[in-house]
Every structure is written in structure tokens, then in C-alpha cells.
Design a binder for this molecule. Structure first.
Ligand SMILES: [Zn+2]
Length: 368
């Protein structure tokens, strides 16, 4: 098994992480006091963190989503949003993440009068401040924003237009999130059409709590380049007793076209999309060489970091450094940042980082 310290020092890339799912509990309490938000169940840091985690682990996506009221509740003011975004960059960088696409629905920040653009501007400002601080602390990180629309709401066209407006300032794509059942991606076709006409990028939460039709619509009607979770693609894969397998048309399409799957193992256990890490479809999908990536989803709600997700997967499936590097390069290949930037990170940061750790491991073996 890999040492946790090795996992943490290994360069990692993160494609699926929600800004309003990764606040420090202490910051929620600070911001609530500063801005007079009085909805919190407790003002004790540990109790609040535990309360949120308990609320998230109820085996239902709808119940899981209820816990966000208090995180975006304190993200209604530009300075508050900027602080949350800056701390996000610092926390990810300290965990060894070198490239992150963090997402947020700006419409959730408009409850007290902010516009979508003001909310996005505050997020990007926070990423800039946080990544500067992280670089100064010796952990450089490239931070990008994905702008999300809520699938149960009706603002997706406005949100998509907002995402495109900020594309040269750090926004790299558009997503929809929220309850999946009853809110299929094709409800938002106009938004996706706009993004595609602008030659911009789309990832869609699909195949998390709802099955194949949601994945099919996301890919074939809405133009998703990546799938948020996508775990239910296993419903289209038959594994026979002798270990052979047969792919349905959709499962074959996803594999043949190398559609990236933004997998978030612990979150899937909490929402009931998987029974345990050991039984998570991650294992089958990586063995079938799908374009699998490893992600956190909501660090606060699930009580995880990207390193702890890799540690859990390493414990269950014995990833080792080789597969960790493969998963990281999968993520970099699937990122929405420009090709040159991705290539630079792969060749100058990721590959040398893993080579260094492998050399270190070899030295340890020789000494033993
Ligand atoms: Zn998500």
C-alpha cells in the first residue's frame, strides 16, 4: 500500500469538485457571524462539520443536496465568495493538487442581490489570490472554474451565457448539477446549444443517481464532453461468470470515444450510488480501460481530500504509483484548459513528479 505522505506529495489533477462543497467548517462559522447569517445548527466547528457529514451520508442524492443550504447561504457577498475560493485553492494545493477545475452555480449566490457575473468575478478573484498564496508556500496550482446551472431551475441559458463571457478570465466550461431524477439534461438544450455554438466546453452530471437515459441524453443530445460521475454506465455492461464481458451500444460508445468519467467514490457511497468503495464500479471501469478519473465532489460533505480518495482506492484495489499516474494523466488529458497548458503540466510537473517518487521508492527498497 502507498504511504499517505507519498499520495499527498504525488502531483494530482482534479476535474470534479464543488466550491460550495469544500468550505472549511471554521470559515462557514466566521462568515455567518460576519454577515449575520443565523441559520446554522451550531457554531462549534467540529459539531458543524459532523452535522454536515451526517446530513450528507443518508444514501440519497436529494437528502445529500440539502446540506448545501448553509454553505451557499454564507456565499452571498463578494468578499465571502472570494475568501471561500482562495481557501479552496490553498487547501487543494496543500494536498498536492497541481491542476483543478472547481465548479459552482453562481445562481445560488444571488439570494441577496448579487448578479451572476459579480458572483463569478468574486470566485475567479479568490482563485487568483489563493493560487498566488499557494505558489508562495511552495505548492503551485492552476485553478480553473466551471460554471454550473441548477437542473431543477430555469436559468440555464443565462448561466451558460455568463460562463462564455468569462472564458478568457479562467472559466473553462459549463455544467448542470442538482437532482438528476425528473430533471433530465435535455430540459436545458438551449443552454447547451449556446455553449456549443461558442465552441466552449460541456460536462454534465449524469449517471449518478439516475441511469442510462440520462447519460445517453447528456452525450447525444447535449454534447457533453465528459460525464460527472457516469457510474451507471455499468448498467450497460454484462460481466459473465468466466470473467468475459459484453458492452451495450452506449457503454461501447463511452469507451471507444474515450469519454472521461469524473468518478467520486466516497460521494457515491454517501448518496447511495455505490454500496462501498470496494464494490464501486471504479474497479470494473478501470479494468476495462475506460477514461476514468478520480475526484472529490464535495470535500466538506464527504469528509475527503483527493489524497484520501486515492488512499481509499489504493487500499481497496492496490493502485500503486503506476496507476495513480495513469489516472492523473487521464484527468489532464480530459481537462478543459488549452492543450499547450495541459501538455506542459503533464511533461513538466506530473511525469517528473511520479518519476521522482518512483526513484524514492526504489531507494527505500534497496536500503531494506
Ligand atoms: Zn458533483
Amino acid at each position: 500500500m502507498l504511504a499517505f505522505d507519498t499520495i499527498q506529495r504525488a502531483p494530482k489533477a482534479l476535474l470534479h469538485d464543488h466550491l460550495d462543497g469544500g468550505l472549511r467548517a471554521a470559515t462557514i462559522i466566521d462568515l455567518a457571524a460576519e454577515y449575520g447569517y443565523d441559520g446554522l445548527p451550531t457554531t462549534d466547528i467540529d459539531e458543524l462539520a459532523a452535522w454536515i457529514r451526517r446530513g450528507a451520508d443518508r444514501k440519497s442524492l436529494e437528502l445529500y443536496l440539502e446540506t448545501f443550504a448553509h454553505t451557499f447561504g454564507v456565499m452571498q457577498w463578494p468578499d465571502a465568495i472570494t475568501r471561500v475560493a482562495a481557501e479552496c485553492a490553498e487547501d487543494l494545493a496543500a494536498d498536492g493538487v497541481v491542476y483543478a477545475e472547481v465548479r459552482m452555480a453562481p445562481e445560488l449566490c444571488t439570494g441577496r442581490g448579487l448578479t451572476l457575473d459579480e458572483a463569478v468575478e468574486a470566485m475567479l478573484e479568490g482563485f487568483r489570490i489563493g493560487s498566488d498564496r499557494a505558489t508562495a508556500a511552495g505548492h503551485p496550482i492552476v485553478m480553473k472554474l466551471l460554471v454550473t446551472a441548477m437542473r431543477q431551475a430555469a436559468r440555464s441559458v443565462e448561466v451558460a451565457e455568463c460562463a462564455v463571457r468569462w472564458r478568457d478570465a479562467g472559466v473553462v466550461g459549463f455544467d448542470i448539477a442538482g437532482p438528476e431524477e425528473g430533471y433530465r439534461p435535455t430540459r436545458h438544450l438551449d443552454a447547451f446549444d449556446h455553449v456549443r455554438r461558442e465552441n466552449f466546453h460541456i460536462t454534465i452530471h449524469a449517471g449518478e443517481s439516475f441511469g442510462l437515459p440520462s447519460i445517453w441524453e447528456a452525450l447525444q443530445f447535449c454534447g457533453a464532453e465528459r460525464l460527472g460521475h457516469g457510474v451507471r454506465i455499468v448498467d450497460d455492461i454484462t460481466v459473465n461468470d468466466d470473467g468475459s464481458f459484453a458492452l451495450g451500444r452506449l457503454a461501447a460508445f463511452v469507451r471507444d470515444r474515450r469519454v472521461p468519467l469524473e468518478m467520486c467514490p466516497t460521494s457515491n457511497v454517501h448518496t447511495g450510488a455505490a454500496r462501498s468503495i470496494a464494490e464501486h464500479p471504479f474497479d470494473l471501469l478501470r479494468r476495462l480501460r475506460y477514461r476514468v478519473t478520480v475526484n472529490t465532489d464535495n470535500r466538506l460533505m464527504s469528509g475527503v481530500t483527493l489524497s484520501s480518495e486515492f488512499a481509499a482506492l489504493d487500499e481497496a484495489f492496490g493502485l500503486g504509483l503506476g496507476e495513480m499516474e495513469w489516472l492523473t494523466i487521464n484527468a489532464m488529458k480530459s481537462a478543459f484548459a488549452p492543450f499547450d497548458d495541459r501538455l506542459r503540466l503533464i511533461n513538466e510537473v506530473v511525469k517528473p513528479g511520479y518519476a521522482h517518487l518512483r526513484a524514492e521508492e526504489a531507494r527505500v527498497v534497496v536500503v531494506q
